[in-house]
Design a protein around this ligand. Structure first.
Ligand code: ARG
Length: 569
C-alpha cells in the first residue's frame, strides 16, 4: 500500500479509539496534505474537516487524536494549531520498502490480480498492401504496452492483429498483377510494388472502364474461394506481413493471432441470421440495418443492398468468435478515436442482441492523432511517414548523439537501436492516449528532458554505480536514507505497484511512463546531492541498495511500455 494510505489507516484507527462509535464518513486519505516544509512533517491532517461530524473544535480534535495515534514503527504525530502533523519513521520506511522491492526485484509492481481472467486485445491491425505508416504507431505501441501490463498482472492475454484484408480493392490488385505484374518484382519491392500496380490500375481504368468489371470479377473469385485468386491474394498478404514483421521485430511486438477481416467473411452469415431472428433488422433503401435512433446513433449497416457485408459486419462476427474461442473477460479495441462511432454502434448492437456483457467487457481504447513536426499526415497529399523510415532515422540520430557523448562506447549500433526506438516509443506513450501527439526529433531524442533516452540514461547510471560498488559485505544501515531526496525516491518505488494497476484499470500506459520518469528524476536529484560510495560501509550498502531497487524498477517500467534498457550508453 502507498504510504499515504497507511497514514490514513492510522488516522482511522485513532478516530475509532478517541471517538468510539462515531462514523465520520470521511475519506482520510484524500484529506491528507503534504506540508510545504518537511520540518512540519511528511503529511498533515486538517482536523477542522472533522469538526462537524464530531461537534468539536479542531485543536481539541487534534489533541485527542494525537493521544490516540499508535503506530510507532510507521510514524509519530504532533498536534499544531488544529493540524495533526505526521512524521514518518523514515528509517523504517526505507527498510520496509527496500526489503519488499528487493525480495523479488524483477517482479516489483506485478501480481496475480488478473489470475483466471482473459483479455483479448485488438491492436496494430494493419491493412494488406499498404505500407505501415506512423498512423499505426500508436495502436501498435499502446497495444504492446497494455499486453505487457496485463501479463505482468497475471491476466491471460490474447493479442490479435485484425488484418484489413477484405474488400474489392484486392480484386483490382489481382487484376493489375495479372496484367502488368512480375512475380520477382513484387517479391523484391514488397508493398511498394503492390501500390505501384494499384495506382496503375486506377490510371488505366480511367481509359478502360471495363477493368473495373475485371477487378470485381477477381474479387468475386476470392469470395467464392477460387484457387488461383486465393493463391495470389494470400501471397499479397504474406508479402505485406513480411514487411510489417521487420517493424514488429524492431519494436519487440508479437501477436497470438492474425485473424483479420477475411477470416470472418464466412462467419457473417450466421450473425446476420441471428440479427434477423431476433427481429433487429430492418430494410432501408435495399440495405439491411439495425435501427439505433433510440440511442441517438445512425443505423448500423449490416448488409449492403448488393448483399455484400461490411467492415462492421465482420467486426460483429469477430466479437462472437472471440467470445466463444477465448472466453474473454474483456476485449479491447485499440483503435484511433475516429472510429468511435463504429465501436459505439457495434457494442450497442451486441447488447441489443441480448448479451449484457457487451456493456462492461467490450471497450474501445481510443487515442488521438499523430502529427509530425507540426504537420498533420495525409496519405492523399503525400505527407506520409513510414514507420520503417521513422525508426531508421531514430537509430541514425541516436547514433549521432552517442558519437558525440560517448564515442568509445562498445556496440554503439545496438545501443543506438535501443535508444532510437526507445525515444519513439516514449514520445508515443508519454501522455494520456486521447491527446494528439506532435512528434519532434529534437524533443524525442533530448537526453535531459522528459524523454526515453533520459530514462534509459538514468538506468545506465544505476548500472554504473552498481559496477563501481562491486560487492559490499556490510548489512545496510537504513538510517542513511532519511534525507528528503532518498525518501522521495522510496515513496515512488513504494507506489509503483499502484501506478501499474492504475495503468491497467484505465488502459493508460502513460501512467507507467510517468512513474518511470518520476523515479528517474528523483533518483538523479538524489545522485547529485549525495555521495553514494562514501563513508561507512553500512551506509554505502543502503545507498547502493536504493540504487539497485531503482535500477530494477526502471527496467520493469521501461519493459512495460515497450522500451529496452541498455546498461551502458
Ligand atoms: N484495419 C483498421 C484500420 O487500419 C483497424 C481495425 C481495427 N480493429 C477492428 N476490429 N475493427 O483502420
Amino acid at each position: 500500500m502507498e504510504i499515504k494510505g497507511m497514514i490514513a489507516q492510522v488516522i482511522e484507527e485513532a478516530v475509532k479509539q478517541a471517538f468510539p462509535g462515531v462514523e465520520t464518513g470521511m475519506n482520510y486519505e484524500s484529506l491528507l496534505e503534504v506540508p510545504p516544509d518537511s520540518k512540519m512533517g511528511d503529511f498533515a491532517f486538517p482536523c477542522f474537516r472533522l469538526s462537524k461530524a464530531l461537534r468539536m473544535g479542531p485543536p481539541m480534535i487534534a489533541q485527542k487524536l494525537q493521544a490516540a495515534v499508535n503506530a510507532p514503527d510507521l510514524c509519530r504525530a504532533e498536534n499544531v494549531n488544529g493540524y495533526l502533523n505526521f512524521f514518518l519513521n523514515r528509517e523504517n520506511f526505507a527498510r520496509d520498502t527496500l526489503q519488499k522491492v528487493m525480495a523479488a526485484p524483477e517482479k516489483w509492481g506485478g501480481g496475480q490480480d488478473g489470475q483466471g481472467k482473459t483479455v483479448c486485445m485488438d491492436y496494430s491491425s494493419i491493412n494488406i498492401a499498404k505500407r505501415f505508416h506512423i498512423g499505426h504507431l500508436s495502436t501498435t505501441m499502446i497495444g504492446n504496452s497494455l499486453r505487457r501490463i496485463y501479463d505482468f498482472l497475471g491476466w491471460k492475454t490474447v493479442s490479435i492483429n485484425h488484418l484489413g484484408d477484405w474488400g474489392t480493392q484486392f480484386g483490382k490488385m489481382i487484376c493489375a498483377y495479372k496484367r502488368w505484374g512480375v512475380k520477382e518484382e513484387v517479391e523484391k519491392g514488397g508493398v511498394d510494388e503492390m501500390t505501384r500496380l494499384y495506382v496503375r490500375f486506377h490510371e488505366e481504368a480511367k481509359e478502360h472502364p471495363e477493368l473495373e468489371d475485371e477487378g470485381r470479377a477477381w474479387f468475386k473469385r476470392i469470395e467464392d474461394g477460387d484457387a488461383e485468386a486465393l493463391e495470389i491474394f494470400n501471397w499479397f498478404k504474406e508479402v505485406t506481413l513480411k514487411d510489417a514483421m521487420k517493424v514488429y521485430d524492431v519494436l519487440g511486438v508479437q501477436f497470438d493471432s492474425y485473424a483479420g477481416e477475411s477470416f470472418y467473411h464466412d462467419k457473417t452469415g450466421a450473425v446476420v441470421q441471428e440479427l434477423r431472428d431476433k427481429g433487429l433488422l430492418t430494410e432501408s433503401e435495399g440495405a439491411q440495418v439495425v435501427d439505433l435512433e433510440k440511442y441517438k446513433m445512425p443505423p448500423f449497416l449490416a448488409v449492403k443492398s448488393d448483399g455484400a457485408t461490411l467492415y462492421a459486419t465482420r467486426d460483429l462476427a469477430a466479437v462472437f468468435y472471440r467470445k466463444n474461442t477465448y472466453h474473454f473477460d474483456k476485449c479491447l479495441y485499440i483503435v484511433a478515436y475516429q472510429q468511435d462511432l463504429h465501436f459505439r454502434q457495434l457494442f450497442k448492437v451486441v447488447e441489443l442482441m441480448g448479451y449484457p456483457w457487451a456493456k462492461d467487457q467490450l471497450e474501445h481504447v481510443a487515442f488521438g492523432m499523430v502529427s509530425y513536426e507540426g504537420q498533420t499526415l495525409s496519405t492523399r497529399e503525400g505527407r506520409v511517414i513510414y514507420l520503417e523510415d521513422l525508426l531508421q532515422r531514430a537509430q541514425e540520430k541516436a547514433l549521432e548523439v552517442i558519437n558525440e557523448k560517448n564515442p568509445n562506447l562498445e556496440n554503439k549500433e545496438e545501443v543506438a537501436r535501443q535508444v532510437g526506438v526507445g525515444a519513439v516509443v516514449y514520445s508515443d506513450l508519454q501522455n494520456s492516449r486521447i491527446k494528439d501527439i506532435d512528434f519532434w526529433w529534437d524533443r524525442a531524442l533530448n537526453f535531459d528532458g522528459e524523454t526515453g533516452p533520459y530514462v534509459q540514461y538514468t538506468f545506465a547510471r544505476c548500472c554504473s554505480v552498481m559496477r563501481k560498488a562491486g560487492e559490499i559485505k556490510a548489512a545496510p544501515d537504513y538510517s542513511a536514507l532519511q534525507d528528503d531526496e532518498a525518501q522521495a525516491v522510496l515513496r515512488l518505488l513504494a507506489r509503483f505497484p499502484e501506478d501499474v494497476r492504475a495503468a491497467c484499470r484505465t488502459n493508460e500506459p502513460f501512467m507507467v511512463t510517468r512513474a518511470v520518469t518520476d523515479i528517474a528524476k528523483a533518483y538523479n536529484k538524489y545522485y547529485y546531492e549525495h555521495r553514494i560510495l562514501d563513508g561507512e560501509e553500512s551506509a554505502q550498502a543502503a545507498r547502493v541498495q536504493l540504487t539497485d531497487a531503482v535500477r530494477n524498477v526502471l527496467k520493469t517500467g521501461m519493459y512495460l511500455i515497450g522500451m529496452e534498457a541498455p546498461e551502458r550508453m
